[in-house]
Design a protein around this ligand. Structure first.
Ligand SMILES: Nc1ncnc2c1ncn2[C@@H]1O[C@H](COP(=O)(O)OP(=O)(O)O)[C@@H](O)[C@H]1O
Ligand SMILES: [Mg+2]
Length: 263
């Protein structure tokens, strides 16, 4: 099957009556890796959560379509079944559910009844992907994210990605809190997904991750919109020069900074 296309048009998102995303356009297709960068509190996580259907985020205008299907009409689980995946900036702990059970349930929830993944096949696949991510076997039997270090949570998010094999993935700050070895491991995991059937949006605060996962497109988000797009060179320029030059170019004076809970 050919890759999918996620098309976001004129998206407006509010939280508690505050408009955070203010007319955002973005299109991601299979085979493409996009990165979104931007200062703290500009709405990067809001964008990710809104696309995936988090109930706190109200979409007041615009559209999100996956291969022409209205994503905003889908329930959260339908979005996953349609092939969308979100790795969250702050993954939650789930007591009483092991990582392995969670993964198997998630995979099966995305498959038809009567077409559940055979147990041995699942175990083989999990062993293989945990090895790719340099994860200790003991993870599979631990409760999901409980007591996981920041880096372990991030690896675990990428394990979910490799196991679920979505068509479109959004990775929110998967690099935060990672040391250089973990960063390489996580990047290798994402790179192993690269194919025409896989489109990816990487949200990151730092350019560092993009040394390991080379994006085809880089976008800058400010004031709830994409204000600039380019290739990997744009990320490098942001690393070297910060965001001020873009603000100057656009005549933005008062960019809201420092209000998010960014790690
Ligand atoms: N659950 C929430 N309730 C109220 N305000 C929120 C909530 N989540 C985010 N915000 C606000 O929305 C803005 C964008 O936040 P966020 O999307 O997390 O930014 P980023 O990920 O770009 O750092 C910030 O001003 C933040 O305080
Ligand atoms: Mg964020």
């Amino acid at each position: 099957m050919a890759g999918s296309t996620l098309k976001i048009q004129d998206l407006h998102v509010e939280i508690e009556g505050n408009e955070i995303i203010k007319g955002l356009d973005l299109q991601i297709s299979g085979g493409e890796i996009h990165a979104i960068m931007g200062p703290n509190g500009t709405g990067k996580s809001t964008l990710a959560s809104a696309i995936m259907g988090h109930p706190s985020f109200e979409i007041t205008q615009g559209s999100v379509e996956l291969d022409g299907e209205d994503v905003l009409e889908m329930e959260v689980d339908e979005r996953a079944r349609a092939g969308m995946f979100l790795a969250m900036q702050y993954p939650s702990e789930v007591t009483g559910v092991t990582t392995s059970d969670f993964l198997r349930t998630s995979i099966n929830a995305n498959r038809e009844e009567g077409d559940q993944i055979p147990l041995m096949k699942f175990i083989k696949k999990m062993d293989k992907q945990m090895a790719t991510l340099d994860m200790d076997e003991s993870f599979s039997t631990r409760y999901l994210n409980e007591g996981f270090s920041g880096g372990e949570k991030k690896r675990n998010e990428i394990l979910q990605l490799l196991m679920l094999e979505p068509k479109i993935a959004i990775l929110d700050e998967v690099d935060s809190g990672l040391d250089i070895d973990a960063l390489k491991v996580v990047s290798n995991g994402v790179n192993s997904m690269r194919s025409d059937d896989f489109g990816c949006l990487i949200i990151t605060h730092y350019q560092r991750l993009l040394n390991y996962i080379e994006p085809d497109y880089v976008h800058v988000i400010m004031q709830g919109r994409i204000v600039k797009s380019g290739d990997a060179a744009l990320a490098q320029r942001l690393e070297n020069e910060g965001y001020d030059w873009i603000k100057e170019e656009l005549g933005i004076e008062d960019e809201r900074v420092g209000q998010s809970q960014e790690a």
